[in-house]
Write a protein that binds this ligand. Structure first.
Ligand SMILES: Nc1ncnc2c1ncn2[C@@H]1O[C@H](COP(=O)(O)OP(=O)(O)OP(=O)(O)O)[C@@H](O)[C@H]1O
Ligand SMILES: [Mg+2]
Length: 355
């Protein structure tokens, strides 16, 4: 894999009066050039904070206190240079060129990410002018074209609108247009289609897939929707309490999940052949990030909990034969029994995306 971004042992903590919330606590994953990485996990597991850390947009009381974010920047020729984004000043010129130009982000709350006092056309054009060698009228033309591509009706008139005059779904499409306007090499899409109806969602996903193929753009796709991940992603990273607990190809993870948390997430999906009246839920709730659980952070909720092992030993990432990484003591010498999920085929990626 030609690596575009490699995140190593990322630690972003929030220093609050109540204590230190370790929102991102040792996250490690990588994204290949032109690849789609699906990032999944329950609410509060650190997906958005990971994304903001990559963009160097974490605000106090949050701070990235450790780790590396290695970004492979394409040079003029076929060479590339690797830079650690954490070593760059967050508001310095280099990071400003990368942010929004080479690495763009669609935020989970689009309205909060658009300026309330500038017309949306000006916001998109300004971003294009900052990152591309074009005149202001060319930037405006590109902006209108991008708004058309994300299916905003009357795009030219909408250039004059302010964010508060648009619906939530419309704001989300404006964010998508802005992010895609500079043809980034990495698009971080944080729940990009949650505010949209299913028809528009399908169109936007198609647009993103089209651009991804055409421009060889990589996407870090953060979502709760495993169906969308099955449809879009090459690789999947499953997060739990600030850590990636399982990472591998989408096909492997959907066919044969290894971490009990991934198994539980997939079991909570509706299935066409399911006779049960109720859907399976994952027992318990995600502990708050202030908690200091001993051993594996998932142990109080785990179906395969091994007393005296899982509540005492902190699991480290383990590389399995098929190239997958899993943080689970079932795959160590501590395991007293075979993993319950072994050989248990759930659904194929195709079956999930068809649901
Ligand atoms: N500004 C902040 N101040 C304090 N804690 C924060 C702040 N932002 C995030 N956190 C904490 O960090 C943890 C991770 O939050 P994050 O927003 O990354 O979750 P998420 O995985 O994106 O969830 P969701 O699926 O709901 O979007 C949460 O427990 C959250 O409370
Ligand atoms: Mg989030």
């Amino acid at each position: 894999m030609d690596k575009l971004l490699e995140v190593k042992n990322l630690q972003t903590h929030f220093f609050m009066a109540e204590g230190v919330a370790k929102a991102v606590d040792g996250t490690t994953f990588s994204i290949g050039r032109g690849q789609v990485l699906g990032v999944v996990g329950e609410s509060g597991c650190g997906k958005s904070v990971t994304a903001r850390s990559i963009m160097r947009m974490v605000r106090p009381p949050g701070h990235t206190v450790d780790g590396e974010i290695l970004y492979s920047r394409a040079d003029e020729g076929s060479q590339s240079t690797e830079i650690d984004l954490l070593q760059l000043p967050a508001t310095g010129p280099e990071m400003r060129m990368i942010r929004g130009g080479e690495i763009a982000m669609i935020f989970q709350e689009p309205r909060a990410s658009l300026s309330p006092v500038h017309r949306i056309g000006d916001q998109i054009s300004e971003n294009i002018l900052l990152h591309q060698d074009v005149t202001s009228s060319q930037a405006e033309e590109i902006a209108v074209e991008m708004l058309r591509q994300v299916h905003i009706p009357l795009a030219e008139q909408r250039m004059q609108a302010f964010a508060h005059q648009l619906s939530g779904g419309m704001c989300q499409r404006v964010m998508i247009a802005m992010a895609l306007s500079c043809h980034p090499s990495l698009l971080i899409a944080d729940e990009p289609t949650t505010a949209l109806d299913v028809t528009t969602e399908a169109q936007i996903l198609e647009l993103m897939q089209g651009l991804q193929a055409e421009l060889d753009m990589a996407i870090m796709f953060i979502t709760h929707d495993l169906g969308v991940v099955a449809d879009m992603a090459d690789e999947v990273a499953v997060m739990y309490l600030g850590k990636v607990v399982e990472a591998g190809t989408a096909a492997d993870i959907f066919r044969d999940p290894r971490h009990p948390y991934t198994v539980a997430l997939l079991e909570s999906l509706p299935r066409m052949d399911q006779k049960r009246e109720w859907l399976q839920t994952i027992r318990g709730v995600v502990p708050d990030p202030y908690s200091t659980l001993s051993g594996c952070p998932f142990h109080p909720r785990c179906a395969d909990f091994m007393p005296g092992v899982c509540d005492e030993i902190v699991p480290q990432p383990i590389a399995l034969d098929d190239g997958r990484e899993v943080r689970c003591l079932l795959y160590t010498e501590h395991a007293e029994r075979a993993p319950a999920s072994e050989g248990q085929a759930l659904l194929t990626a195709e079956e999930i995306s068809n649901q």
